[in-house]
Design a protein. Structure first.
Length: 476
């Protein structure tokens, strides 16, 4: 049984039973020992847990729900137990169910704590990318978290119930304590990933990442040599990034090529996908939405039109469902979920934390499940953290919500007025009027970048074309 199956099936079980929903609110309340729900799941998986009286009652309820759930979905109990031995699976299920218990059932759902934290580990970088959302420089920020503060932040993430931790930047590998902190996170049972420009990843570095427990590496490559080097601002960056990708694949890391698509590289994409599939042999390709913030504002005229974006997403989806294509092809554009929904017999897309196994589970499911997942996850499923500990709704939304040095992540996540704005899609301009507002919701980072309004329209699709035309008129 794939982990994705377990998450989807368990969520459906809890959503479908009103009695369990009431009990869930009690079970998901955390004690000084942590999550009763997580401890119950670990016990169910065969862990040698000594439970208090309350925890024993929670375990009895969870066991009943899982036993009945496995029967309903035709899953052997042995398979269920085996999947729950994975701490990432247990923490993920607990986070989702605790979110239902705390917030109630929503469209789309907000998790109890960020499912994913994207951590801009340092502002320092060895490239000069035209679109950099971090305004990365050759030197780090003067107030970046120390090694000990970084580890303390990881402990806070554990208490909150965070599942995925992604190190980004700047370039995370330039920071001297990267391996120490990343190893610490892996040992604390996070699913750890790294977003890198790839230029520093020789075979020794790739092997070390694998050895310390990093499970996924995303390397930026924005087209072929001339395009990439121009975009990244350094001659020779392409060769070094390609070598980095090959080294990651060689040592067995789950490797993805990430491409920010603009007019610089749009026409190259079809042949570029063939290149990375047949020559680089990675498992995934992800097309990043271009967000015109920070240095990206200087190339705002290179953004795709709504028509170009829709045609691109349709092309990407055609590759995704092509049985002859070896790549898992994704996009950070929340409109990708709508593209998939319009393909009546194809798998549905969850634009965050997804793979082909998840989508096969969603094939033919009702709209209510896709609305539960909900497209854009900024401030709802994930958040960003700056090198100095500032928490943001998304790494592409430079709004400080609080600081991890001063407040717990859960307190920021649950009390922020800004996050409450992002989560209320009924009030979105443009996107809030769309029939797909719960499936997609528009990219909140693009709404903020173009209109300085988190509840503004995302001018990325034909539904909001009037807003795109307005923007173009102002820029012309």
């Amino acid at each position: 049984m794939h982990e994705a199956d377990l998450v989807v099936n368990t969520v459906k079980t809890w959503l479908g039973n009103p009695i369990l929903r009431i009990l869930l609110r009690w079970i998901s309340k955390r004690t000084e020992k942590g999550s009763k729900l997580e401890r119950a799941l670990k016990k169910y998986a065969g862990g040698n847990e000594k439970l208090s009286l309350q925890e024993k009652l929670a375990y009895f309820i969870v066991k009943l729900a899982l036993d009945k759930g496995s029967e309903s979905f035709g899953v052997l109990k042995e398979q269920l137990v085996e999947s729950l031995k994975n701490p990432v699976v247990r923490r993920g299920i607990a986070n989702i169910l605790e979110g239902i218990g705390y917030y109630g059932i929503q469209r789309p759902q907000t998790t109890a704590a960020p499912f994913l934290v994207v951590w801009n580990f340092t502002k320092q970088c060895n490239l000069k990318c035209k679109h950099c959302y971090e305004n990365a420089e050759l030197k780090p920020m003067p107030d970046e978290l120390t090694t000990e503060e970084a580890k303390k932040a990881i402990e806070d993430f554990i208490s909150a119930g965070v599942v995925f931790l992604s190190f980004s930047g700047g370039e995370p590998l330039v920071r001297e304590d990267f391996f120490e902190v990343a190893k610490y996170a892996a040992e604390r049972e996070f699913y750890v990933s790294v977003a890198s420009n790839g230029t520093l990843i020789n075979e020794k570095v790739a092997k070390k990442m694998k050895d310390i427990g990093i499970q996924y590496v995303e390397i930026s490559l924005d087209g072929f040599k001339n395009t990439h080097d121009e975009f990244r601002g350094i001659s020779g960056a392409w060769e070094r990034a390609v070598e980095g990708i090959k080294n990651c694949v060689k040592v067995g890391l789950d490797t993805c090529v990430a491409t920010t698509i603009t007019h610089y590289n749009l026409k190259e994409i079809p042949k570029f996908l063939e290149f990375i599939e047949n020559e680089l042999h990675v498992k995934r390709f992800i097309a990043f939405n271009f967000i015109p913030i920070c240095r990206g504002k200087e190339i705002i005229n290179q953004d795709l039109t709504p028509k170009e974006r829709e045609e691109l997403l349709e092309f990407l989806y055609s590759k995704l469902i092509d049985k002859d294509c070896k790549l898992d092809v994704f996009s950070t554009a929340p409109q990708y979920a709508v593209t998939s929904y319009k393909f009546a017999f194809g798998p549905l897309i969850a634009t965050h934390f997804t793979n082909k196994a998840v989508m096969e589970m969603l094939r033919g499911r009702t709209k209510s499940l896709t609305e539960f997942i909900g497209g854009c996850g900024a401030g709802r499923l994930y958040c960003g953290m700056e090198p100095n500990g500032d928490i943001e709704p998304c790494v592409f939304i430079p709004i400080k919500l609080g600081n991890i040095r001063e407040q717990s992540l859960v307190k920021i996540w649950r009390e922020s007025k800004i996050l409450k704005q992002i989560r209320n899609r009924e009030l979105f301009k443009g996107c809030g009027e769309c029939e797909y507002k719960y499936v997609c919701g528009g990219c909140r980072a693009r709404a903020y970048a173009y209109f300085n309004d988190l509840q503004g329209p995302d001018p990325s699709c034909s539904f909001n074309e009037r807003y795109w035309e307005k923007v173009m008129h102002i820029l012309s």
